[in-house]
Ligand binder design. Structure first.
Ligand SMILES: [Zn+2]
Length: 382
């Protein structure tokens, strides 16, 4: 397949007029075989398939439903909107339930999750709980919060068959968080998540080897001039990546712009944090066992009104970052494809339109409307 007349997103994070060639499901320098399908891209942007590394669900399903059907339907919806690889998140649930969810994901990947063109590839799992802080629980259920524990964490990693890529902790919760980080960091990325840590505590956690911050600004202390908190510690720790929810609800556009200036575009990961109502009508849904009311792109807990994830998929978040927040398209694309691929350790196969990588590409018209999704070299949406 050759996509002609497109603006191709390059590894240097710019657009170049040209074409994209895909053979046997992977990008190639040029076509070898005759008679390949030629598609006129009509001047569209050709961007790598996006990768969402923090979201909970969509289309009425939640990853924590713990069924293969849920994972399959989530993966299909995501692929249909141009998010061709996923790393869904778990909520703060009892250990047995989390073990079941993780082993279901492991068996999904074993049986049907590899290279199905209609569904996004399942690349990992982002664990938001249960090692978090009740003070910053957000929409997580406080009754299931526990202290960070290497034995419990090891059971999670084992149950997932290596799928768990991030484990979130609140380092201020107990005395041995640093020891936990040092012992687990070789196996999994440790993130700071739903935490009330001050600057010193967060900095010590990053110095010990934590390297990821879950939805920066949300469910953590505010960034102020005398108490910079987790945000200041992220700014001062150049090895740490930060997730940003760019749905236009969770973070003010000015703060998103300021964050790009503060951290630079290399360390920012756009995420959707979407819940099951995404792609569904307004109404009452659940998240981690709690009821959530969804109106437009606002999802809030029925009780108390805390923000409960988003109702916006990552493609719409990327579009919002560009059109409503003034983030350059090249930067937003990189932060929703290239950077997540690097953070997940799969940049050799995902995250850019490079010969040898998986043929996952999305065509966007000049107004950023979705025109085509190609997954593994197969057109799945036109
Ligand atoms: Zn959260």
């Amino acid at each position: 397949m050759i996509l002609k007349n497109v603006k191709v997103f390059t590894e240097e994070k710019s657009f170049q007029d040209g074409e994209v060639a895909i053979q046997d499901g992977v990008f190639v320098e040029r076509m070898e075989a005759e008679g390949e399908e030629v598609i006129d891209g009509e001047g569209c942007y050709a961007v790598p398939g996006l990768i969402d590394l923090h979201f909970h669900g969509c289309k009425g399903y939640d990853f924590c439903d713990g069924t293969q059907e849920a994972i399959r339907e989530i993966a299909r919806y995501e692929a249909s909107v141009g998010v061709t690889a996923i790393c869904p998140a778990t909520m703060t649930l009892p250990e047995e339930e989390l073990i079941h969810i993780l082993s279901t994901a492991a068996s999904y990947r074993e049986e049907c999750g590899k290279g199905e063109p209609l569904a996004a590839d399942l690349l990992g799992v982002n664990m938001e709980g249960p090692f978090i802080s009740a003070e910053k629980k957000g929409a997580q259920d406080a009754k299931n919060i526990i202290s960070c524990d290497t034995a419990v964490c090891q059971r999670f990693l084992d149950a997932s068959g290596g799928l768990v890529k991030f484990v979130g902790i609140a380092p201020e919760r107990n005395g041995h968080a640093l020891e936990f980080i040092r012992r687990m960091k070789e196996q999994v990325h440790i993130s700071l998540a739903h935490t009330n840590a001050d600057y010193d505590c967060a900095k010590a956690a990053f110095d010990a080897g934590a390297d990821h911050a879950v939805h920066l600004y949300n469910a953590m202390p505010p960034f102020t001039h005398r108490s910079p908190g987790v945000v200041g510690a992220v700014s001062d720790s150049s090895h740490v990546n930060a997730e940003l929810i760019c749905d236009g609800v969770h973070i003010h556009p000015s703060v998103v712009r300021a964050t790009f200036k503060m951290l630079g575009e290399e360390r920012i990961l756009l995420i959707s944090d979407s819940m099951r109502a995404t792609g569904m009508p307004d109404g009452r849904y659940t998240l981690g066992g709690l009821e959530v009311d969804v109106v437009g792109n606002h999802a809030t807990l029925t009780e108390g009104g805390a923000l409960a994830g988003s109702a916006t998929n990552l493609m719409d978040c990327m579009r919002t970052a560009v059109k409503q927040m003034g983030i350059p398209l090249e930067t937003a694309v990189a932060c929703a494809s290239m950077n997540p691929a690097k953070a997940l350790g799969v940049y050799d196969a995902y995250g850019s339109i490079t010969p040898g990588k998986k043929g996952n590409v999305v065509l966007l018209d000049p107004d950023l409307n979705l025109k085509m999704v190609i997954k593994d070299g197969v057109i799945i949406r036109r």
